[in-house]
Design a protein around this ligand. Structure first.
Ligand code: FES
Length: 112
C-alpha cells in the first residue's frame, strides 16, 4: 500500500479522521488540516486547479493571499483550499477555469 507524504514523516500527529469526497472519490482527511494539505497529503497531487486558459495552479502562498489554490467546495467555486479546514462530508472538486458549470442561456421570449 502506498503511503502518503505525511505518513512518511515520523512523529507527526494528526487529528481525528474524517471522510471527504475529492473529485468523486471518498478519501480520508484529518481534523485540523486545510483542504490543500489534505489533497496534497493524500496523493502527492500538487495541482489544485487550472486557469481558464488551462494552466495548472497549486499551493503558492499558503495563507489566503494569492488565490492560486481555488477549489470547488460543496458547490461553491473559488474557495481557497489553503484557508479552508476539512470537515466530515465535505465535497471538494479541483476547479477547472472559473469553477462554474456551463449552462445554456435560457431562451428569451420574443417581445412584440
Ligand atoms: S495558496 Fe495562496 S491563497 Fe491559497
Amino acid at each position: 500500500m502506498r503511503r502518503s507524504r505525511l505518513e512518511k514523516l515520523k512523529g507527526l500527529a494528526r487529528g481525528p479522521a474524517v471522510e471527504i469526497v475529492v473529485d468523486g472519490r471518498r478519501r480520508t482527511a484529518y481534523t485540523g488540516e486545510s483542504v490543500a494539505a489534505a489533497l496534497m497529503a493524500d496523493d502527492d497531487e500538487l495541482e489544485l486547479r487550472t486557469t481558464t486558459g488551462g494552466e495548472p495552479r497549486g499551493l503558492f502562498c499558503g495563507m489566503g493571499v494569492c488565490f492560486d489554490c481555488l477549489v470547488v467546495v460543496d458547490d461553491v467555486p473559488s474557495t481557497r483550499a489553503c484557508v479552508t479546514w476539512v470537515r466530515h462530508g465535505m465535497i471538494v472538486d479541483r476547479q477547472r477555469g472559473t469553477g462554474f458549470a456551463y449552462t445554456e442561456p435560457e431562451a428569451q421570449p420574443e417581445s412584440h
